[in-house]
Design a protein around this ligand. Structure first.
Ligand code: FAD
Length: 137
């Protein structure tokens, strides 16, 4: 593979990154999803963070002005994002083993996959209970 890589004229090489913004809004602009907190494929959950973030942003804006709504959105959602982005170490260890033994263990696990994953998921996945937002009357 290394030899072929040197001769290839269509090699694609990229890093794996997370987006971690110190703030999710400025003025009348707020970020949601990957733009604010892309977790990377090492954790999964990118779609969930984007959907939860959109729900929390919309609900937070429903009965407040934008400044208070943006602050509430970030306050109530950031912890959920942080714990899910924090899964990155575990994902890397699973996908990209760094020792021969870890590689062998990973391959054994994949070969022996016979059951569906547990319904509960990881604790980080359910670290936020979505609030019921009251529709404006
Ligand atoms: C290869 C791959 C595999 C993935 N697998 C998974 C997975 O298995 N599970 C999971 O949960 N997540 C996965 N993700 C991550 C997931 O796709 C993202 O986290 C999620 O799509 C983020 O949603 P978003 O709405 O924030 O951004 P996006 O889905 O990227 O949506 C942004 C939209 O904005 C549009 N846009 C950009 N610039 C402009 C502009 N100037 N004007 C108008 N529109 C614009 C784009 O065209 C796009 O449609 C994967 C991502 C990739 C790349």
């Amino acid at each position: 593979m290394l030899a072929a890589m040197r001769d290839a004229d269509d090699l694609f090489f990229d890093g794996v990154s997370q987006i971690r913004m110190p703030r999710w809004s400025s003025g009348r602009v707020a970020l949601v999803g990957d733009a604010a907190y892309a977790p990377s494929f090492l954790t999964g959950q990118g779609t969930s963070l984007a959907l939860v973030g959109a729900y929390m942003l919309a609900g937070s804006l429903a009965d407040r002005d934008h400044a208070a709504g943006f602050a509430a959105y970030e306050h109530d959602t950031r912890e959920f994002v942080t714990v899910n982005q924090g899964l990155v170490g575990e994902g890397g260890a699973t996908l990209f083993p760094t020792t021969a033994r870890a590689l062998e263990q990973r391959n054994d696990r994949l070969r022996n996959l016979r059951a569906m994953p547990p319904a509960e998921g990881r604790p980080a996945h359910s670290a936020l209970t979505l609030p019921e937002f009251m529709p404006m009357t």
